[in-house]
Design a protein around this ligand. Structure first.
Ligand code: BG6
Ligand code: MG
Length: 221
């Protein structure tokens, strides 16, 4: 039986993946760079700075931006994003997530947050679910962001559970790659076209029941 569950946040626990996209799209539009949802798949799970690098590369603007401008753009995106999540509350927790957190607690399974977002702790507070988490990894504390495995390895360590006894839940391509590289068992929230057809997938979070996780775990043995 698994002993720990490592959650991504944006797009798994709540709909913030959509707000990250809206905030990046506005920033890109202002720079004259057109990004769409397909391109956005490559930004999901990726840190703020790496996302901005990808957008500037995509718009062939990397060489035109100074370090100071880069920092200002990253701050501008985050300022816009923070306004969008200002009113977040319990109502913004995706369907099925609260029952899953409760069931995991009941079964004494450890829970950690493995999100690349520096806004993670604030969002958990706003949604009143911080208390379910035994640990929240500070993404600034790991050397390499997703798709590197670092944050999932750190998350497993933070709850004192070996990676081989953990399930990781992710909605992004970079995040699934990170989970796979860490030795954690992945469950994807999304479509095979984006996340691959070689892992357990749900199309919506209400399918993430405790029974479902148990079945996925059993099928890996
Ligand atoms: C990830 C999101 O969880 O966090 C990305 O999928 C986001 O879209 C990244 O860029 C960093 O988030 P933040 O809140 O620190 O800018
Ligand atoms: Mg995500």
């Amino acid at each position: 039986m698994f002993k720990g569950v490592l959650f991504d946040l944006d797009g798994v626990i709540t709909d913030t993946a959509e707000y990250h996209y809206k905030a990046w799209k506005k920033l890109a539009d202002d720079l004259g760079i057109t990004i769409d949802r397909k391109f956005n798949e490559s930004l999901k799970g990726v840190s703020r700075e790496d996302s901005l690098r990808l957008i500037l590369e995509y718009g062939e603007m990397t060489d035109q931006i100074t370090d100071a401008q880069f920092q200002a753009l990253a701050t501008e995106k985050n300022d816009n994003y923070v306004v969008m999540i200002e009113e977040f509350s319990e109502a913004d927790v995706f369907p099925g997530i609260l029952p899953l957190l409760k069931a995991l607690k009941q079964h004494k399974i450890k829970i950690a947050l493995a999100s690349a977002s520096k806004n993670g702790p604030i969002l958990l507070e706003k949604m009143h679910i911080s208390d379910y988490f035994d640990a929240i990894v500070n993404p600034a504390s790991v050397p390499n962001g997703k798709p590197a495995p670092d944050i999932f390895i750190a998350a497993a360590e933070s709850i004192n559970v070996p990676v081989t006894d953990c399930i990781g839940i992710e909605d992004s391509k970079a995040g699934i790659a990170a989970i796979k590289a860490s030795g954690v068992l992945p469950i994807g929230v999304g479509q095979a076209a984006d996340l691959g057809s070689d892992i357990a997938l749900v199309d919506a979070t209400d399918k993430l029941t405790f029974d479902y996780l148990t079945t996925v775990w059993a099928s890996k043995q």
